[in-house]
Design a protein around this ligand. Sequence first.
Ligand code: ZN
Ligand code: ZN
Length: 331
Amino acid sequence: MTARKRELSRADRVLPGLWRLRLPLPWPGVPHVNAFAIAAFDGVVLVDTGLHEPGAMRQLERALDQAGLSIEHVRLLVCTHAHSDHYGLAAPIMERSGCELWMHPNHAHMTRAAQDPERAFERRFEVARQSGVPAELVAQAREARRGQGFGIAEIVMPDRELLPGVEVDTDLGVWQVYETPGHAPSHVVLHQPERGLLLSGDHLLGRVSLYYDFGYSPDPAGEFLSSLDVVDELDVQLVLAGHGRPVRDAHGLIEANRRAVRERVERVRQAIAAGPQTPYEIVPAMLDSEMPSGMMLNWGLTETLCYLRHLERLGEAAETDGSEPALWAAA
Ligand SMILES: [Zn+2]
Ligand SMILES: [Zn+2]
């Protein structure tokens, strides 16, 4: 095994009673995930968890310790969505603290997949194959995946469904829940209206970084755009995002996301206007880059598939019947 340079976690106090816990991640281009600890009931509400991997609980403990806290102070765990970097450590945190977990009910995209990781990975490889990814690259991905975990310590179900109308009570006031599917079907944001605070999870990040779960809802990219409209209605002074530093200009960020989606959809539109292509062939055009490799190819392919579905729903793209691999063209 090659030694990876391990970063250490740390806590930053954002406001009195609100800490950002910066937890390291092993992913390319995504060095950290943020959990947030918010003072509540002589302890904290913890929002998101970090990824389950060797040493991850120690990293979380280290960050909490810097904030003068421990796992035992967690009174409630709230997950913005069920991705492994936001939900992976839910089980050990609940076990140690005795807290409840609140999360949106549409978490099957993770909880069902994590029950049978081999099957979930095989399904992904099959999607890749059908999308025109060359067989040797699919074989490489399968090899790279061998023995890899899902980043989830143990599947735990929410004690309470995190839906609009549910309130998360803290010393900083009550937080309201808004459904924001797109990045993941289970995604919600939490808004504290008096202070103009938004816990945005991965729906809004400090810099535009688009990712959608593919295969669990009809039009993830369209759902993401609708979710941007939802958040644009809120009074937000500070965005506390799932990755990166807190940012002030929510509206500017929302606009930048809309522009990026529009631009990428347009690139896919142009690509298929030139004649039928496999989703794999469209990836470099969509990214406006060279063909990526590894995890970046996986992400690029997923995003391309989502834009093709989006264009299909707009009546602008169609998959050629019976083609193997799939071929897409302008409708
Ligand atoms: Zn996510
Ligand atoms: Zn994330």
